[in-house]
Design a protein around this ligand. Structure first.
Ligand SMILES: [Fe+2]
Length: 235
């Protein structure tokens, strides 16, 4: 690729991304732009991005159960997968960030006022760099459901928040990973804002007994695809 002639990234296919305005997800009503977006050509600014050295992330941030003196309460899980590009090739050396509620469904954040206990042994924030095959892996605890004021008696499906950069600013994805079989998925407006069912289901991880560790933790596998037909939807 010539720096003078950057190769544009594939555009998202119809229905694979949530609209800016999805009335069932109440806060989108006020924040969605009133005018149609202007489509920009991908230039060098969009087709290049930050480079992450392994030393960039701090220690122990791949294991969210070892960030404090004691172990957090909850169901210990291993969450792992790969970051792939639009042609299914691994994306090595890219930053994967993850943040989540604790097992009781509460974030360690001053604005979270949910009447559920904080866990002094759990912050709920992790960071890893993908290896040469695009692999990433976190050890954590399964997040609880939590209520939100979208509508009366609304509760979020269990989820982990993710940000992945990829090789360029145009490939950054901020999204949420869900768990298989969660009964709240059917009513979750953030999940259901993605019109295409197959695209939506890409956000649901798969229980993987080979990733589970005997007498220790359950494994859930989830791959992220940056752009292209199989692109992981944004939140
Ligand atoms: Fe959340």
């Amino acid at each position: 690729m010539s720096l003078r002639d950057p190769v544009p990234y594939a555009r998202d296919s119809a229905g694979a991304q949530p609209p800016n305005d999805f009335p069932d997800y109440k806060s989108t009503i006020k924040r969605a732009p009133k005018q149609a977006p202007v489509r920009l050509q991908h230039t060098l600014t969009e087709t290049t991005g930050p480079v992450f050295k392994r030393s960039w992330v701090g220690k122990s941030v791949a294991d969210l159960t070892r960030q404090h003196k004691g172990e957090p309460l909850g169901e210990r899980i291993i969450v792992a997968g790969r970051v792939l590009d639009e042609d299914g090739r691994p994306v090595p050396g890219t930053l994967v960030e993850m943040w989540q509620a604790n097992a009781a469904g509460r974030y360690a954040h001053p604005r979270d006022r949910h009447d559920a206990p904080l866990d002094r042994n759990f912050t709920g924030v992790g960071q890893v760099i993908t290896d040469k095959d695009g692999n990433w892996r976190f050890i954590t605890i399964k997040p609880g459901h939590y209520p939100w004021r979208n509508t009366y008696n609304a509760w979020r499906a269990q989820h982990l928040h993710f940000s992945v950069f990829g090789p360029a600013f145009a490939t950054r994805v901020v999204t949420q990973m869900y768990f298989p079989g969660d009964p709240l998925l059917a009513d979750d407006p953030i999940y259901n804002a993605i019109p295409d069912r197959q695209a939506r289901e890409r956000l649901v991880s798969v229980y993987d007994p080979n990733l589970s560790e005997a007498e220790w933790a359950l494994g859930f596998r989830w791959n992220m695809v940056l752009r292209g037909r199989e692109a992981t939807p944004t939140e």
